[in-house]
Design a protein around this ligand. Structure first.
Ligand SMILES: *Cc1c(COP(=O)(O)O)cnc(C)c1O
Length: 341
C-alpha cells in the first residue's frame, strides 16, 4: 500500500526504535526522565523559548495552551478553518470554557484588520478577548504557509491589546523548510507554540509546547490534570530527539514529491488541483472525473493507494518519508488509469 492519507502514518525509523530501546529513563512526573528533559531543552532552544514541555498529542498541546492562557468565559480569536476550531472536539469550549470567535482567512491567514475589529472593547456585555490562535502550516488550506509578515502584524495587534498569541505549528517545520525561515523566527510572533513530532518528523508519539518558564510551569499542571503526566517517557521522547536530529531537513523531499504529484495530477483530464502546493499537502477536486470523493478513494484503494476524502468534491494526498519518488510515479499512473472510468 502507498499510504498518502496523512503524514501521521509514518512508521518509526530504525534509529528511532533503537533510541526507544536504549533511552535512559526516570519518572517524568518528578521531572527525572533525562531523555525527555533533553528533548524539551532541545525543542526550547530550536524555538527560542525559555522552556518546552512534551505532550501526548498536538490536540493536548493546543488545549493546554488555552487552559494556561485563558480564564473561563474569555473569548479566543481563531481562523474559521483552523484545526483547533474544526477538529478538536470543541475542546476549547468543553475544557478551557472559552468562546471561540472564528474569522475567515485567506489561505489560512487572517487579515490583521479583521482580528483587530474582533477584539472586544470594555463593555459590561462583552467577554474578555484574551488569546489569538494562528496555524502554520494551515492544514485545511492545503499546507499553506502563513506569511511571516502576517504573523508579525497579528502579533503586534495582540500586544497592542494586551493579549497572547498561540501558534498551532503542528507542521511548523514544514513551513520552515519550505520558506527558509527558521522555526525560531516564526516562534517570535507567538507567546506559545505547539508542534507535532508525530507527523512529517516521523516520531511515533508526541508534541511539544513551548513558551516562557512561567507559562510552562502552569502548563505542566494542566497537563497533569488532563492525564498527560507520564512516567518513563524517555521511551517515546528518545525517538522524538531522533526526529529533530534527522528528519527536519529531509522534509524538503516530501515537498518536492508533493509538487511532482500535484503537477502530474494537474495534467490528468478531469482532475483539478485546488491548492497552491507549498508543502506536503495536495487537495484535488474530482467532480469532473465521474467519481465522488468516496468512490475515487475506493477505486484507488483497490489498486494499492490510500488517499483521504477531504470535502464534498475533494480528496487529499499527503507526502511523507514512507512515500518514495517511485511511489509518486506509480500513484500518477494508477490515477491516470482510474479517472476515465
Ligand atoms: C494534526 C494537527 C493537530 C493535532 O495533532 P494530534 O497530534 O493529531 O492531536 C493540530 N493542529 C494541526 C494544524 C494539525 O494538523
Amino acid at each position: 500500500m502507498i499510504d498518502l492519507r496523512s503524514d501521521t502514518v509514518t512508521k518509526p525509523t530504525e534509529a528511532m526504535r533503537k533510541a526507544a530501546y536504549t533511552a535512559e529513563v526516570g519518572d517524568d512526573v518528578y521531572e527525572e526522565d533525562p531523555t525527555v528533559n533533553r528533548l524539551e531543552e532541545r525543542a526550547a532552544e530550536l524555538l527560542g523559548k525559555e522552556k518546552a514541555l512534551f505532550v501526548t498529542s498536538g490536540t493536548q498541546g493546543n488545549q493546554i495552551a488555552a487552559l494556561t492562557h485563558c480564564r473561563p468565559g474569555d473569548e479566543v480569536i481563531l481562523e474559521a478553518n483552523s484545526h483547533i476550531y474544526v477538529y478538536e472536539v470543541a475542546g476549547f469550549s468543553a475544557l478551557a470554557n472559552v468562546q471561540s470567535r472564528p474569522i475567515i482567512g485567506n489561505r489560512g491567514a487572517m487579515d490583521p484588520e479583521d482580528v483587530k475589529h474582533a477584539i472586544r472593547s470594555e463593555n459590561i456585555h462583552f467577554p474578555t478577548t484574551s488569546l489569538i490562535c494562528m496555524e502554520n502550516t494551515h492544514n485545511l488550506a492545503g499546507g499553506a504557509i502563513l506569511p511571516i509578515e502576517n504573523m508579525q502584524a497579528i502579533y503586534k495587534v495582540a500586544k497592542d491589546n494586551n493579549m497572547n498569541v498561540h501558534l498551532d505549528g503542528a507542521r511548523l517545520f514544514n513551513a520552515s523548510v519550505a520558506s527558509g525561515i527558521s522555526v525560531k523566527e516564526y516562534a517570535k510572533h507567538a507567546d506559545s507554540v505547539q508542534f507535532c513530532l508525530s507527523k512529517g518528523l516521523g516520531a511515533p508519539v508526541g508534541s511539544i509546547i513551548a513558551g516562557t518558564e512561567e507559562f510552562i510551569n502552569k502548563a505542566r499542571k494542566w497537563r497533569k490534570m488532563l492525564g498527560g503526566g507520564l512516567r518513563q517517557v524517555g521511551i517515546i521522547a528518545g525517538p522524538g530527539l531522533v526526529a529533530l536530529e534527522e528528519n527536519v531537513d529531509r522534509l524538503i523531499e516530501d515537498h518536492v514529491n508533493a509538487k511532482i504529484l500535484a503537477d502530474g495530477l494537474a495534467n490528468i483530464d478531469g482532475i483539478i488541483v485546488e491548492n497552491q502546493v507549498e508543502t506536503n499537502i495536495i487537495i484535488v477536486n474530482v467532480k469532473n472525473t465521474g467519481h465522488t470523493p468516496e468512490s475515487f478513494v475506493t477505486a484507488l484503494k483497490e489498486q494499492g493507494i490510500l488517499a483521504g476524502v477531504f470535502g464534498k468534491e475533494t480528496v487529499r494526498f499527503v507526502t511523507h518519508y514512507d512515500v518514495s519518488r517511485e511511489d509518486i510515479d506509480k500513484t500518477l499512473a494508477v490515477i491516470e488509469g482510474t479517472v476515465p472510468m
